[in-house]
Design a protein around this ligand. Structure first.
Ligand SMILES: NC(=O)c1ccc[n+]([C@@H]2O[C@H](COP(=O)([O-])OP(=O)(O)OC[C@H]3O[C@@H](n4cnc5c(N)ncnc54)[C@H](O)[C@@H]3O)[C@@H](O)[C@H]2O)c1
Length: 369
């Protein structure tokens, strides 16, 4: 809550005002809208934050002919990506990206990962020099020189520090305030991590900070590949034992891949909400699992693009592109044989292998542990 101006205390107010954090949320899909709601409930009550939360909206015209931004600001609901949930009156939807970020010193990035590079290019040089960022984005960019995590992309392109927040967080469940947990991964500065924890924490959303950006981010990214495998198992009606086996093998590959890429990744991170808990929820309830189930039920004959468009109404799948990106890294580094689950998921999703191949690679099981 911003302090009220009172006669005789101008100096104090202006000094305090400069310490008050202003938040912009870049993204307004399903999770972006829920993140804005969580944040807005805290900025109203915590004196270290400005009340207003500016939420950048990738503008679209609704079937009614109205602009999505106008409808959000009139109804206080994101009628397309989070219908039926009030965001909080202090959330202001803004279709102008540069305007949304220009006064903020806390930037929350939450868009599908394929749009992040373009967004960073657009705002580079147009943000506050002392801004801190956090990425809620799951996925990575694969470049010639190797994989680039989204937090690294943000840090490098905007020249600012970037933390991450990941966890067992299916957005629609948090929207209706069901209890869950999340993990903030931070690099060096514990005070910054604690500020992010305060900004997101509510009695039903418990946030813990760990000093392991890459570990937290890779957990959040790679579990979507395992979720596709879990969806294939569901589509083929293989049962719970098979699904549990796939989840265990997937967790093992997540850990091995993360540690090969970044030796600093901590084992303990895999036991946080961002690790095993997110893997479980995504393999039980997430959209990647759901679309992969439909893919397997159709015998792989309908493409993921077609099923995504039909089943998700504008929401984006991350697992298929992440599986491709992981596959590129594995091929490039000569690690394909070490990661049979990850590579098989990619080969199934591109139609090179049938969905049943998800349990047919056991003779090539990883020699890694
Ligand atoms: N939904 C969840 O339950 C959940 C939970 C945790 C993390 N995440 C992650 O959060 C991130 C954002 O997901 P979401 O669920 O908020 O989004 P979403 O899939 O619900 O919606 C897609 C969003 O992308 C926007 N968009 C479409 N074209 C665009 C373009 N060209 N440029 C920029 N934006 C464009 C749409 O306007 C919309 O806001 C993803 O990385 C996702 O993996 C999602």
């Amino acid at each position: 809550m911003a302090p009220a101006a009172a006669e005789g205390v101008e100096t104090v107010v202006s000094e305090n005002a400069s310490n008050i954090c202003k938040v912009a949320v870049i993204g307004s899909g399903n999770w972006g809208s829920v993140a804005s709601k969580l944040i807005a409930s805290n900025t109203l009550t915590l004196s270290s934050f400005h009340d207003e939360v500016r939420m950048w909206v990738f503008e679209e015209t609704l079937p009614s002919g109205e602009k999505l931004t106008d409808v959000i600001n009139r109804t206080n609901e994101n009628v397309k990506y989070l219908p039926g949930i009030k965001l909080g009156k202090n959330v202001v939807a803004d279709p102008d990206l540069e305007n949304a970020v220009k006064d903020a010193n806390m930037l929350v990035f939450v868009t599908p990962h394929q749009f992040m590079e373009g967004i960073c290019k657009r705002i580079s040089g147009k943000i506050k020099a002392n801004a801190e960022a956090i990425s809620l984005v799951k996925g990575m960019e694969v470049k010639m020189e190797g994989p680039c995590m989204i937090s690294t992309l943000i840090s490098q392109q905007l020249d600012i520090n970037c933390s991450v927040l990941m966890g067992a967080n299916i957005a629609n469940e948090i929207a209706v305030e069901k209890f869950s947990e999340a993990t903030v991964g931070y690099r060096l500065n514990k005070d910054v991590a604690e500020r992010w924890v305060r900004l997101f924490s509510t009695p039903y959303f418990i946030v813990t900070a760990v000093q392991d950006v890459e570990g937290v981010e890779l957990c959040g990214t790679l579990k979507n590949v395992v979720a596709l495998a879990a969806g294939f198992v569901d589509g083929l009606e293989m049962g719970n034992n098979t699904k549990a086996a796939i989840m265990r093998l997937g967790l093992r590959e997540m850990k091995a891949f993360s540690k090969l890429l970044f030796p600093s990744v901590k084992d303990s991170t895999f036991f946080e909400s961002c690790g095993v808990a997110d893997l479980i929820t995504t393999c039980l309830g997430g959209r990647n699992r759901k679309v992969a189930e439909a893919f397997a039920k159709n015998g792989g004959k309908r493409s993921f693009d077609e099923l995504e468009a039909e089943m998700l109404q504008g929401q984006k799948l991350q697992g298929v592109s992440t599986a491709r990106e992981v596959y590129e890294v594995l091929t490039h580094r000569g690690w394909l044989e070490l990661f049979p689950l990850f590579s098989t998921v990619h080969e199934i999703s591109t139609g090179r292998l049938p969905p049943s191949a998800i349990v047919e690679y056991s003779e090539h099981l990883p020699r890694s542990s």
